[in-house]
Design a protein around this ligand. Sequence first.
Ligand code: FES
Ligand code: FE2
Length: 334
Amino acid sequence: MFEGFAQVWTPVALSKDVRDEPVGMKLAGTKLVLFRGQDGKVGALVDRCPHRGVALSLGKVKDGCLVCPFHGWRFDTSGRVTDVPWNPDAKISQLRGTELPAAEAGGLVWVYTAPGGRPQSGPSAPAFLSRPELRISGFSVEWKIHWTRLMENMLDWPHLPFVHESSIGKGMRAKADSRMDIHMEERETGFLSTITVDGELQPGSLELRWPNQMVLTIADGPRTLIMMNACIPIDDEHSRLFVVTARSFLKLAPFDYVFELSNRRVVSEDRAIVGSSWPTAVPRPSEELSVRTDGPTLAFRKRYFAELYGSAAASAPGRPVPLRLTPKAAGASA
Ligand code: FES
Ligand SMILES: [Fe+2]
């Protein structure tokens, strides 16, 4: 489970998108379902009923439990079975779905990619998501691309005037003799990078928040504009890019759509080029040519191969104990 992406916290949804229906999704090759318990807390289970394997996300949420659409077993957010219809004698304490640690932070739902795991700490959401003066909006798009290529694209400064020559890279035309220097500062969650061109500090910063989030601060002051992009693996060939924007101006709700349109345009410029990368996933650093301005992407790539590549979470604990047939019941079914 979660090949190449085990034992990490990742955002998977906006909190406001998980309401009173189950929300199914695929994360790094594993199907998940999110739902809210009676206390309003979000829970995540592997989207496979331990009884006969159907998708729990096709069921309903009742009284804070997820009800399987096939035979109505009920699961709470910890994966415990709370009811088995027709079987008042079932030993429900021995029956479990497969739970994943889930939490909310910064208006996002986060999942820890280890079934039954006990992470040492909760998810770390960027502070800007909790600033009350900022208007937050978000959307997501799916790409046919491995998440590592997408993530490196997010950390890549020198591509801006090429891929985005008529949008965000417009003011940054590369001259043959100009020199870009990238400055990287280590942070608790990853690193922060800024650039100088011919010695002149350029506006903005990029922050890697390990493993799959990038925070782009375009401006932070009287007019604040900050974005978080999360590159969420769906499977080996597809990713979901989650774009969350925070702004201190044009805060009325209809402007959410204006920001979404402009961000979609920028993302589609990336998709047209970066989506053609081959091999699909980033190879080891020695297998592609790199130069000085690849510092941030190389730092990500090295850490990916050191910590995540080849990782996999143990498969589901707590498989259901089979219901034992009594001799009479066995006879009846023969
Ligand atoms: S398959 Fe889910 S209750 Fe039977
Ligand atoms: Fe880009």
